[in-house]
Design a protein around this ligand. Sequence first.
Ligand code: KIV
Length: 272
Amino acid sequence: MSTAKKEYKRVTVKSLVDMKATGEKISMLTAYDYTMAKIVDGAGVDVILVGDSASNVMAGHETTLPITLDQMIYHASSVIRAVYRALVVVDLPFGSYQSDPKEALRSAIRIMKESGAHSVKLEGGKEIKDSIKRIINAGIPVMGHLGLTPQSIYKFGTYTVRAKEEQEAKQLIEDAKMLEKVGCFAIVLEKIPAKLAKQVADSVRIPIIGIGAGGDVDGQVLVLHDMIGMTHEFNPRFLRRYLNLYEEMTSAISQYVGDVKSLDFPNDNEQY
Ligand code: KIV
């Protein structure tokens, strides 16, 4: 084993529950490839999500629906090869778990076996309870995902804030309690009112990781390409951009084009 590997204490599902208990906030970011995952892991992020947002970010689809199980496994395997410390969670893509619990388990097993991932994430509440139970019973850790669930975009019609109405908020709290009861190790809450997210975080012992859910939860997740500003058309209120790589990369690449055209690149020191 390399010394690099020895220096890292792996994040496990238990570490995350302990972090909630001790009040340490959990950091989570997406990654879909080896190079990015290496940077994210090296920077100390606790959880890396191989999100089905790869469908948008990596493949340019309008929604997360088209990405396949094989494609998720490809992304997850690349990420796993880079990661020493973070817990790696992989999204079960649309169509790989909704029809019945046996199909859900088969899909989760394929992800674990073929990519080497540490856990899976599924979108939804009571309607997928049996599938979640089946996966957990097979020894596979499951992260839940409530609130705005992008795989159901055509049911919602828009990407606006969810659970503003009392009935939906009540159902969301019930779903979160159910996910804890069946054994999920954490739940992502996407784009819901901050007050409701706090209420959920206060009513379960498992960590609640928010995206557009305010600061009174147990951790935060963002899509990496959004927070480093590689994407620039998506500007929700909850997004903090730490870099503007879209502009920086465009400028660097334009400079390269200019240098090639003007015969400035390569110079005498850049050749054999
Ligand atoms: O696919 C994804 O990136 C996600 C996050 C937005 C939580 O599910």
